[in-house]
Write a protein that binds this ligand. Structure first.
Ligand SMILES: Cc1ncc(COP(=O)(O)O)c(C=O)c1O
Length: 364
């Protein structure tokens, strides 16, 4: 038996352990800005919905309850400006969907999957799990005419760069993919976090005009609603593709727990908690950004999303070390692709108290 894990890259976070130990030695404790894990409370109305649905002895529906399917469809229509007929499906957070999408779509050896040149590592993990070939490219002209491309991942706003792709760019990707019969998967888990630019969904009428053939959007409630611990995500788009995903996921037991399905309905039906959370991140972003610039960093992109994509013009591991000696932990650009070796990713997901500590350390 050959070990599947052998096909996977090293788990990058293990490489950060020495810097973490150094930062943790700071007398006032570590400020961990290396991971994008929410730290603020789960909104009360969502917790209540989860608790109220806790008597759940039977198997939940893989497709989601009719109420959840309606809530997802209504949210996508509203938040993504999507007026066409959408297929929808809940997922167990979005990371599992990212990691298994190539396999679920039947992509395999000999097929090519295009991912952004600097990106969330799980896109590549998914390609490797499927035994397919990965190409990192931001411009499809660089990919050439190969008919072997079966799937293209885009991610706007981007993790880690915070870059937003305009509607025309998204449309060109969709056109390019359709000419070749490839699927476009658009990871939009930071859609509600635009700062200087309003992010556009691939499902927006300005991009797809209500025809979602070959297109799916991947969404998550982890960042939007502080629900990373609940594992609550969903996909929407081409009804045929979503039907195919459902057919396989039903057999594979990839089912969102019933109480989480109920919590998702509450989260999707309320924008107040989203606005409140946005305001918290906006403040943290402003103080961190100002302090980083004063400390000599340059911030690239970062017009949306949960990160400040920052550089001191040196190798990213050197910058990680510089920050660690001040008790601050950041993620090196090297985690996100070979083209990112001079940046570090600084997350906005720390408490106000820890962000204030980081600011003080950067300025002293
Ligand atoms: C771009 C991107 N996609 C997907 C995920 C996965 O999120 P979750 O599994 O919590 O929905 C993350 C998490 O950080 C991410 O940054």
């Amino acid at each position: 038996m050959s070990a599947l894990s052998a096909a996977l890259p090293d788990f990058p976070w293990d490489l950060l352990e020495p810097a973490k130990a150094k930062a943790a030695a700071h007398p006032d404790g570590i400020v961990d800005l290396s991971v994008g894990t929410p730290v603020d409370a789960v909104p009360e109305l969502i917790r209540r919905a989860l608790a109220d649905a806790s008597d759940a002895p039977g198997y939940p529906l893989t497709a989601g309850t009719p109420a959840l399917r309606a809530a997802i469809g209504e949210w996508l229509a509203r938040a993504c400006n999507a007026s066409g007929t959408l297929g929808v499906l809940p997922t167990i957070g979005s990371k599992e969907l990212v990691a298994w999408l190539p396999t679920l779509l039947g992509v395999g050896p000999g097929d090519v999957v295009v991912i952004p040149s600097v990106c969330y590592p799980t896109y590549e993990v998914g390609v490797r799990l499927a035994g397919a070939t990965v190409i990192r490219a931001d411009s499809l002209t660089a990919v050439g005419p190969t008919p072997r491309v079966k799937l293209i991942w885009i991610n706007s706003p981007s993790n880690p760069t915070g870059k937003v792709l305009p509607a025309e760019h998204l449309r060109k990707v969709v056109d390019w993919a359709r000419e070749r019969g490839a699927v476009v998967a658009s990871d939009e888990c930071y859609l509600s976090l635009g700062w200087e630019t309003q992010p556009v969904s691939v499902l927006d009428d300005a991009v797809t005009g209500g025809d979602y053939t070959g297109v799916i959007a991947v969404h998550s409630l982890s960042k939007r609603s502080n629900l990373a611990g609940y594992r609550a995500g969903f996909v929407g788009g081409d009804p045929a593709l979503i039907g195919e995903l459902l057919a396989v996921r039903k057999h594979a037991g990839m089912i969102v727990p019933a109480p989480v399905q109920a919590a998702m309905i509450a989260a999707l039906g309320d924008e107040t908690h989203v606005d409140e959370q946005r305001a918290r991140y906006a403040e943290r972003r402003e103080s961190l950004r100002t302090a980083l610039v004063k400390a000599g960093f340059e911030i690239s992109h970062s017009e949306a999303g949960l990160y400040l994509w920052s550089t001191r013009g040196e190798d990213s591991w050197q910058t990680v070390d510089w920050l660690a000696s001040r008790g601050i932990l950041a993620a090196p650009g090297a985690f996100y692709g070979p083209a990112a070796e001079k940046h570090v990713r600084i997350a906005l997901t720390a408490t106000d108290e820890r962000v204030a500590a980081a600011v003080q350390r950067l300025l002293s």
